[in-house]
Structure formats: C-alpha cells, structure tokens
Design a binder for this molecule. Structure first.
Ligand code: NDP
Length: 287
C-alpha cells in the first residue's frame, strides 16, 4: 500500500517526460510548411529553424517567402528553400512535393496550413467562393498528402493538418471556411483509420485552434469577436509539438477548446448559444 504514491509519482513523471518536445526530435528533419509567408505558418518555420530542421516553405508571395527563408537560415535551419504559387493551381501540390524530393531525397513532416482569404459575414450565397475555398483549403491538402505519402511511408513521417474550432462545431458567419475545415476532419480522420489498419507508420495530427493573433485574424475577426486572441508564436510551437509527438488531435487553446468539444456532444444547443454570444452581431456585415 505504501508503494502507491511512489508508483503514482513515477507514472506522472513518465507521462510528463513522454509528453515533451525535445528540439533534437526535429534536428535534420525534412519538413514542408505550407502557407508560411505570414501568420502561424511563418512562426512554425522559425521554430523549426532554431531546432535545426531542413525547411521548404510555400505561399503565393515570393518576396515574403524570401524573407522567411533568410530568417530561417539565420536562426539555424539545416537548409531553407521556398516554392511560390497558388494552391488554386492543381499542379502546385505535386510540384512542391517533387521539389522536396529533389532537395532532400525524402520527407519527414508535411505541415498543411495555408488558407485562401475569406470573409466573416452572413452567408451571401456566393457558391463560387465556396468552390475556391474547397480547392485551396481542402483539395490541395488531399493532393499534397497523396504526393507526399510514398516518402512519408519510407521515413515513418507525419502529417499535420491545421484546422480550427470552426471545423469541429458551429460558428456563425464563416460558413464557406467552416465547410472546408469540417471536410479536413472527415477526410484525414478516415485516412488515419486506414493507415492504422494497414499498419502504415505515418501519423496524422489534426490541429484544432481557437482564436490566434495573426494579422489576418485581427483584420477579419477583431471587430466582431469578444474573446482575446492567443499568441501565434506559442500556437506554432504547440502544433509542431503535437506533430512531433504524433498526437491524434492537438487542441490550442487546450482548456477552452476541449470544454467546447465536451459540451458539443452533450448539450449542443447550449454550445450554439454560448458561441453566438461571443460575437458583436451588430458589427457583422450582411454583404
Ligand atoms: P494567414 O492568413 O496569416 O496565412 C495564410 C497563409 O496562406 C499565408 O502564407 C498566405 O500567403 C497563404 N495563402 C493564401 N492564399 C493562398 C493560396 N491561394 N495558395 C497558397 N497559399 C496561400 O493565416 P493564419 O496564420 O491566421 O492561419 C493559419 C492556419 O491556422 C489556417 O489553416 C487557419 O485556418 C488556421 N486557424 C487560424 C486561426 C486564427 O485565429 N488565426 C484560428 C483557427 C485556425 P500568400 O498570401 O502569400 O499566398
């Protein structure tokens, strides 16, 4: 009986040490980060850089990517490169993965993070906007995964899919964006099951993020959302940690997101109403 606290302590220490990101885990790893010219993607590139990874960043704006690459090299990246282009172009996903193969001969981590600009307003019936968002925010993620899987299978690598609370429960005024994030959960959660059944050693981490203080979020959501945003630098590190530890899902901010998900299944109407109350509805545009 007297051994119980001792065993508890050992288990707690084991649990916490297991759940820790050690920078060596990323050293010399070959990583693609999409949507890394700004925001959370840019911050992930900098974290990977100081940990000594090989980095390939993507986005549309070449000048910004050049700056990110320079900064990554200064921070200590093993190597840093970019590919610029729009994920609306269905050939780009494969081109990016081919570039990684040409540079490094393999790949350890694929971080899917980019999103097409969108709005926060009442749904205005613009189906073309949904089509574009599905292409950029969803189909290009699938295409990159398909191209990268052979290399990831070889390395026992990981796929990180950056999603949102808007991909887990109902948030108003973001219907097109929300649709693409729910689609990611459906596709990648199903694919994860198949990889496990086939004993393929590739992990998939779905990253469910709350409100983060990127410039895009400040511009889009700042004037209509009550809750304060969390820092993008910390968020970026948590995503990398979740992927390196091969978690099934990663929640940031953990407590708020986890609580919402628990309520979602037991009291969805309450969660709906609590979520609506986070918005300054008078400030939301109709068209
Ligand atoms: P940003 O707008 O800062 O970054 C988006 C990135 O995607 C940029 O690098 C942008 O670069 C690139 N991009 C935009 N359009 C395209 C395109 N057509 N083809 C290729 N790349 C493109 O976003 P955040 O950092 O705020 O968000 C990052 C991720 O986190 C997203 O998946 C988002 O859904 C998720 N998230 C963010 C939250 C937040 O509050 N910030 C909350 C929940 C989830 P460029 O314009 O140069 O192409």
């Amino acid at each position: 009986k007297s051994l119980v606290p001792f065993v508890g302590l050992i288990l707690a220490l084991w649990f916490y040490s297991k759940d820790d990101l050690k920078p060596e885990m990323l050293k010399e790893k070959r990583v693609i980060v999409t949507g890394a010219s700004t925001g959370i993607g840019e911050q992930m590139a900098y974290h990977l850089a100081w940990m000594g990874a090989h980095i390939l960043v993507t986005a549309r704006t070449e000048a910004k990517l050049q700056k990110v690459v320079t900064q990554c090299l200064e921070l200590g990246a093993a190597s840093a490169h970019y590919v610029n282009g729009s994920m609306e172009d269905p050939t780009l996903a494969d081109d990016v993965v081919k570039r990684a193969k040409q540079l490094w001969g393999g790949l350890d981590m694929l971080i899917l993070n980019h999103i097409s600009p969108t709005y926060l307003k009442y749904f205005d019936g613009d189906v073309e906007h949904i089509r574009k968002l599905l292409e950029v925010n969803f189909l290009s993620y699938v295409a990159m995964t398909l191209s990268a899987l052979p290399m990831l299978k070889e390395s026992g690598g990981s796929i990180l899919v950056v999603s949102s609370t808007a991909g887990k429960f109902a948030i108003p005024f973001v219907a097109p964006y929300s649709a693409t994030k729910f689609a990611l959960d459906g596709f990648f959660s199903s694919l994860r099951q198949e990889l496990i059944i086939e004993k393929v050693n590739v992990s998939i981490t779905l990253c469910v993020l709350g409100h983060i203080d990127t410039e895009t979020a400040k511009k889009t959501v700042g004037h209509v959302f009550w809750l304060p945003p969390a820092p993008k630098e910390e968020c970026a590190l948590e995503i990398i940690k979740g992927g390196a530890l091969r978690k099934r899902e990663l929640y940031y901010q953990y407590f708020a997101v986890r609580t919402s998900l628990l309520i979602r299944d037991w009291a969805p109407e309450y969660l709906d109403s609590r979520t609506r109350n986070h918005f300054i509805v008078e400030n939301v545009k109709r068209s």
